[in-house]
Design a protein around this ligand. Structure first.
Ligand SMILES: *Cc1c(COP(=O)(O)O)cnc(C)c1O
Length: 397
């Protein structure tokens, strides 16, 4: 089918919940994408912070093909080897204890919310517990995750949401303190806010929230769905500060392309929350998805992904800082490692994204005015130079 025919068919049969760019991606190689008209794009979006390893990694592809030929699905009524391996590697990488695999990020958040409520319920039998979330956060689109997402535009038409959610100001410890009461069962936050506009938490804030939670036996939930899996230069963004949560959610780059998420608990939380019958999923932990997770952890080690991110990220920061100085329409840079944002002023960020696409550069936006850079973790300095060239061309047009 021709490009225009594919788009026409998709628009006819898909529910219109996305305004897609009129491009059909057909294949990828490394950090490059190719569309059905044979055009090449440099990819600084990685399918929204998913494809950490780049496209077409041979080891990864071979592992998945091997797993397809063995078995794809068994259900959670039985054990399977990739699930056991993936859980061990995720626990080891985080220094945490118990893993529940989901199929997406939003489902991982749902699980984390249930864990928090059950933990508090077992303590006092109450059914009116509250969760403190952050303004400008993003945790997903299902009803529970939407309820802790600090964006009224996303929430409004779908009310009533789940009850007992209060919103604090990110990086403002006093605003968290002010919301804590005897009903509070959890604080949930992204160590680096992604969709909201790339806002890293300060070390002081993370440490302060951790201390408050410890003092009052409130669960601390970190959403590492976007900033985790090496993107910050650490496997999980909280590791830079040594502030470990009680519950962590993962997805996006966890499977590097295969849909999979997880919530991970420390021992204390695992022992006093969900028990058999409390939670489940048909697909979660299936051998194909878990083989992907397991292979991703192996490749992070054998291809020294964290070291590479730490080596490459300063060059990306320096390049973006240079662009901020050069262009009046770029106001500031924010981010850590390979999750970076440029604040665009004086022109709609959507227009800049479109111009970049026309110049063969895939980038996305975050918040209302931020150009977001979440490239595959394997990008090189040459790729960064090429990105800057394409961005300059886009800004000039
Ligand atoms: C993308 C994202 C989610 C939701 O994940 P899905 O897989 O789209 O459901 C949740 N939290 C954060 C921080 C995200 O970036």
């Amino acid at each position: 089918m021709k490009t225009s025919e594919i788009i026409k068919e998709a628009d006819q049969y898909l529910l219109h919940t996305y305004n897609r760019y009129p491009v059909v991606f057909e294949r990828g190689r490394g950090v490059r994408l190719y569309d059905t008209d044979g055009r090449e794009y440099l990819d600084f979006a990685a399918g929204i912070a998913v494809f950490g390893l780049g496209y077409g990694n041979e080891t990864y592809n071979a592992a998945l093909k091997d797993q397809i030929d063995k078995i794809i699905h068994t259900s959670n009524l039985y054990y399977n080897e990739p699930m056991a391996e993936a859980a061990r590697k995720l626990a080891e990488a985080s220094g945490m204890d118990k893993v529940f695999f989901t199929n997406s990020g939003t489902e991982a958040i749902e699980g984390a919310i249930k864990v928090a409520r059950k933990y508090a319920y077992l303590k006092d039998g109450g059914t009116d517990h509250e969760i403190i979330a952050m303004k400008h956060s993003f945790h997903g689109r299902s009803m529970g995750a939407l309820s802790v997402t600090g964006n009224s535009h996303y929430q409004e038409p779908f009310k009533p949401l789940i009850g007992g959610i209060r919103f604090a100001d990110f990086n403002d410890l006093d605003s968290v303190k002010a919301l804590i009461n005897r009903k509070t069962c959890a604080v949930i936050l992204e160590p680096i806010q992604g969709e909201g506009g790339i806002y890293p938490a300060t070390e002081e804030f993370l440490r302060g929230v951790k201390q408050l939670c410890e003092e009052q036996d409130i669960l601390l939930i970190f959403d590492e769905i976007q900033c985790g899996m090496g993107r910050s230069g650490y496997m999980f963004a909280w590791q830079e500060y040594g502030v470990q949560p009680d519950v962590m959610t993962c997805a996006k780059a966890l499977g590097c392309g295969v849909p999979v998420g997880a919530f991970v608990l420390n021992q204390k939380t695992a022992e006093r929350s969900l028990v058999p019958g409390d939670h489940g999923t048909t697909y979660g932990g299936n051998p194909l998805a878990c083989r992907a997770v397991s292979t991703v952890f192996d490749l992070f080690e054998s291809e020294h992904i964290l070291e590479h991110v730490r080596e490459t990220a300063p060059y990306l920061e320096q390049t973006l800082d240079g662009l901020v100085e050069e262009y009046d329409c770029l106001e500031a840079r924010r981010g850590r490692g390979l999750i970076q944002g440029l604040v665009v002023k004086g022109r709609p960020v959507g227009e800049v994204v479109k111009k970049c696409m026309e110049n063969g550069l895939v980038v996305i936006s975050a918040g209302s005015d931020v150009l977001r850079f979440v490239p595959p973790l394997v990008i090189t300095k040459d790729d960064i130079d090429e990105m800057a060239g394409k961005l300059r061309a886009a800004l000039a047009s």
